[in-house]
Design a protein around this ligand. Structure first.
Ligand code: PGA
Length: 251
């Protein structure tokens, strides 16, 4: 059985004060799922410190593929570890499309995360155009191939893969549970070609307009092991309700 994972992706939102409020309002004590809060890098130390000794973990939204050195504006894996961070989102579609991250760069980042003991949440997903052309599984396969060349499938077990259809992110359009399940199952079978044992243990989470009202139906699918939650994670009560949906489902 895979423990459910629910990660908040705050994106470029927050302040010391609003983070403190969120943390005081979100009570993970009774939750059975694993909860990660991915905050902007300037707040990582604050979040890591606040979550120390709790069942939750702090995560970053990006890292550099490089070792520390002359890379202005970048943050190294070593620095995230130094801040008490154990998780990192890699290859989010906003970084792929707006910051020019290729699948090769995403793979290098995932490999660097794994090499430093960070748990990567590797994001993949197709655009609407790609879906309409029937290319969804080919696109996902091409995004994952360099990651599986750079990391052994077994090294990804501690992290997760997030299926986030680009057309569903921040749009209010969620993939149907059946659409998401089809892609999650395809990702698992792709992993299993590399390492069947690792494939059955790797969490594959769904992201894209998850809300308290659609989370249960998505999480009930046999290959959906939780979620990566953007907009709804900014509200501690909505995020808690999504986490509770994950708790109610075992498979
Ligand atoms: P959303 O974002 O929940 O606001 O659609 C998800 C994500 O981008 O990780």
């Amino acid at each position: 059985m895979r423990a459910k994972l629910v990660a908040a992706n705050w994106k470029m939102n927050g302040s010391f004060e609003s983070n403190r409020r969120w943390l005081s309002q979100f009570d993970a004590a009774a939750l059975g799922c694993e909860v990660v809060v991915c905050a902007p890098c300037v707040y990582l130390a604050q979040i890591a410190e606040a979550l120390r000794g709790t069942s939750m973990s702090a995560g970053a939204q990006n890292l550099s593929a490089e070792a520390p050195g002359a890379f202005t504006g970048e943050v190294a894996a070593e620095m995230l570890i130094d801040c008490g961070i154990r998780w990192v989102i890699v290859g989010h579609s906003e970084r792929r499309t707006r910051h020019g991250e290729s699948s090769g760069m995403v793979a290098a980042k995932a490999a660097r995360a794994v090499a430093h003991g960070l748990r990567p949440i590797v994001c993949v997903g197709e655009t609407l155009n790609e879906r309409e052309q029937g290319r969804t599984l080919a696109v996902i396969g091409a995004q994952l191939a360099p990651v599986l060349d750079a990391c052994a499938a077994g090294e990804l077990v501690a992290g997760a893969i997030a299926y986030e259809p680009v057309w569903a992110i921040g749009t209010g359009k969620t993939a149907t549970p059946e659409q998401a399940q089809e892609v999650h199952a395809a990702i698992r079978s792709l992993l299993s070609r590399h390492d069947p044992g690792a494939a059955s243990r790797t969490r594959i989470v769904y992201g894209g307009s998850v809300t308290p009202s659609n989370a249960s139906a998505l999480f009930a699918q046999s290959d959906i092991d939780g979620g990566l939650i953007g907009g709804a994670s900014l509200s501690p009560s909505d995020f808690l309700s999504i986490c509770r949906s994950a708790d109610r489902i075992e498979h």
